[in-house]
Design a protein around this ligand. Sequence first.
Ligand SMILES: *[C@@H]1O[C@H](CO)[C@@H](O)[C@H](O)[C@H]1NC(C)=O
Length: 406
Amino acid sequence: MAGWCVGLASFLFEYDTPRIVLIRSRKVGLMNRAVQLLILAYVIGCYHTHFAEVEMESPKFKQWVFVWEKGYQETDSVVSSVTTKAKGVTVTNTSTLGFRVWDVADYVIPAQEENSLFVMTNMIITKNQSQGSCPELPDKTTICNSDANCVAGSSGTHSSGIATGRCVPFNETVKTCEVAAWCPVENDTHVPEPAFLKAAENFTLLVKNNIWYPKFNFSKRNILPNITTTYLKSCIYDAVTDPFCPIFRLGKIVESAGHSFQDMAIEGGIMGIQIKWNCNLDRTSSLCLPRYSFRRLDTRDVDHNVSPGYNFRFAKYYSDPTGAEHRTLIKAYGIRFDIIVFGKAGKFDIIPTMINIGSGLALLGVATVLCDIIVLYCMKKRNYYREKKYKYVEDYEQGLGSEMDQ
Ligand SMILES: *[C@@H]1O[C@H](CO)[C@@H](O)[C@H](O)[C@H]1NC(C)=O
């Protein structure tokens, strides 16, 4: 008979059913328990490390209880809205600007943003610009000796305007190509140091954050129920003494992230204010609290300091009594504070409980498979065990009339 025919016959005309073989052996028995223990430790360990990540603050002993809690909870991620308000005033006294007071409307640009707030800390102001012709800033391409060096109508990426084709004196010693532009052109070769609004270090920022867990219809805000109006008027966030005060001193935000505010204020940068809401809603809702942390989001390498910081330009336009249009150009350097809200809430639910118990039990089945392989294929007495494990039984009638088979 062909091989495949035998195979087909055994497939069609044989039936196997498991029977329990009790192996009375200390070695095999202990091995089975050891493997089961390893799997159990793995299952618990996995949940354990998973949860330890989520609830870092809780004491060690609690985490072992949470091992099971984690498995039986449905989770949901946070939905949030943020509003901010900066406060603080300062004065500057310079030869170009004179005595000037700076308040929120001056240094927060734009007045409101989503999840973000820009505070101007440094600037280059070019006052009283109007449309006209004036000499370009001197650099390699703009310095000239005669009109022949300047091409009328040309403009480069870094130009302030369109060349008129004339070569005019920039100052007593240097001549540059003339451009049609907003005149006089901005000179931003030197960034003021220390930062112009260095007092921004002491400005404060109130962050109001409302969160919602839609699956559990649970909402809360970071101004906690026990915070009074008087406390809110006087408190400043501090990780140790006032961890739930939603008012932050700008200097402290930057310092908490390990950077110097005065250094950052010169060229600008981006700071992240992270608010983490990790809530176990099986416990009382007063334990669902915001955790604040800070990090600098614009990476700044010490040895690769090309185009550092954060700046942009804007202008304020006005007309003089004759109707001519003028503007004040401001190149603003500053720190943008991005408020990042994240978190997870968990609450008991029967479905994840069942799934987790089921998957835990299924994993225990691996112990049987592993022990079977060792007992039947690896041990010295494998033939003996195999003989005991598999019992070949002939069909009842055929077994009686076995002559017919031959
Ligand atoms: C910020 O306030 C502190 C304490 O009032 C003061 O010592 C410090 O000089 C202030 N910083 C700036 C830059 O004005």
